[in-house]
Write a protein that binds this ligand. Structure first.
Ligand code: SF4
Ligand code: SF4
Length: 74
């Protein structure tokens, strides 16, 4: 699972789009909606989450990463 945007909190500033090292997040200039368009490409680096001024992004780590880090998802 990738970055997830809470559209209720998002103010469409586009900062997450600019910060993503890949093209996972896209700010649509026409609709002014920011979306996760390539979730399977997400590296879970957390850059988008860090720059979001509204704390609208959460990162959902895959189970394999949580297991490697010794963190229980439960
Ligand atoms: S966690 Fe990193 S790779 Fe994934 S969407 Fe955010 S900035 Fe892009
Ligand atoms: S940085 Fe946060 S508020 Fe700005 S577009 Fe991305 S999710 Fe929305």
């Amino acid at each position: 699972m990738p970055a997830v945007i809470d559209q209720e909190l998002c103010i469409s500033c586009g900062k997450c789009d600019k910060s993503c090292p890949l093209d996972v997040i896209h700010f649509n200039l026409e609709t002014e909606i920011t979306e996760v368009i390539y979730p399977e490409e997400c590296w879970h680096c957390g850059s988008c989450r860090q720059v979001c001024p509204e704390k609208a992004i959460s990162i959902r780590f895959p189970l394999r990463i949580l297991v490697c880090a010794g963190t229980s998802p439960y």
